[in-house]
Design a protein around this ligand. Structure first.
Ligand code: SIN
Ligand code: FE2
Length: 202
């Protein structure tokens, strides 16, 4: 098992884990998922659309509307979610588990000005499974808080090719993305950040 570059409050950060060709493959795979299951802007339960656009691959996709946050077995426009790309599964099997694959790979697309507020990932049934996060494209300022809302936080810039494993004490820790540096990556010359997160759901 590889050693993380740095561990912050249990978040294992693997800087530059993905080579340039691996990032390109993941980008292509993400675009294939988006072509089959278009990005949408989920509504928060409070009625505001999120600035991040999303879609998913796998048995389940993450979804949110006025009824709350949850996993759905179909895309909001109908139709199954596409299969989780093999490249994504390979990273999961190396860093998380080679006995159980994830049920969901959530794809978050951050355009200019998009951000993600502090939240816990808590819509899954079993928190002993870590969440695996892979970043592509523009740098994003990732903020790590505590297991309850509020308190002191620490931030780290995530760059294209960085991978984070959020397990153990980090699994229910609040986290979010304050901002991205739009147009800073050569992987996506038109700008934007993609973050893929894999989860075991049920
Ligand atoms: C998330 O918490 O779902 C996304 C994290 C990120 O974009 O790095
Ligand atoms: Fe999250």
């Amino acid at each position: 098992m590889r050693a993380p570059t740095i561990t912050i409050r249990g978040f294992k950060v693997f800087k530059g884990l993905l080579s340039a060709p691996e990032q390109q493959d993941l980008l292509t795979a993400s675009r294939d998922v988006v072509a089959a299951a278009p990005l949408f802007s989920p509504q928060t339960p409070y009625g505001k659309p999120m600035s991040v656009r999303m879609t998913s691959a796998g048995r389940f996709g993450w979804y949110s509307d006025r009824r709350g946050y949850r996993y759905a077995d179909r895309h909001p426009e109908g139709g199954d979610w596409p299969a989780i790309p093999d490249q994504v599964l390979a990273i999961w099997r190396e860093l998380v588990s080679d006995t159980r694959d994830p049920d969901c790979c959530l794809i978050n697309f951050y355009g200019e000005g998009a951000r993600m507020g502090m939240h816990q990932d808590r819509d899954e049934a079993d928190f002993t499974w870590p969440v695996l996060s892979m970043s592509l494209g523009d740098e994003g300022l990732f903020r790590i808080g505590n297991q309850a809302r509020g308190g002191k936080t620490e931030s780290i810039w995530l760059q294209s090719g960085d991978v984070v494993v959020m397990g153990g004490e980090a699994r229910l820790t609040y986290h979010g993305v304050d901002r991205i540096k739009f147009g800073t990556s050569s992987l996506m010359p038109k700008g934007g950040r993609i973050n893929l997160t894999c989860r075991v759901v049920d």
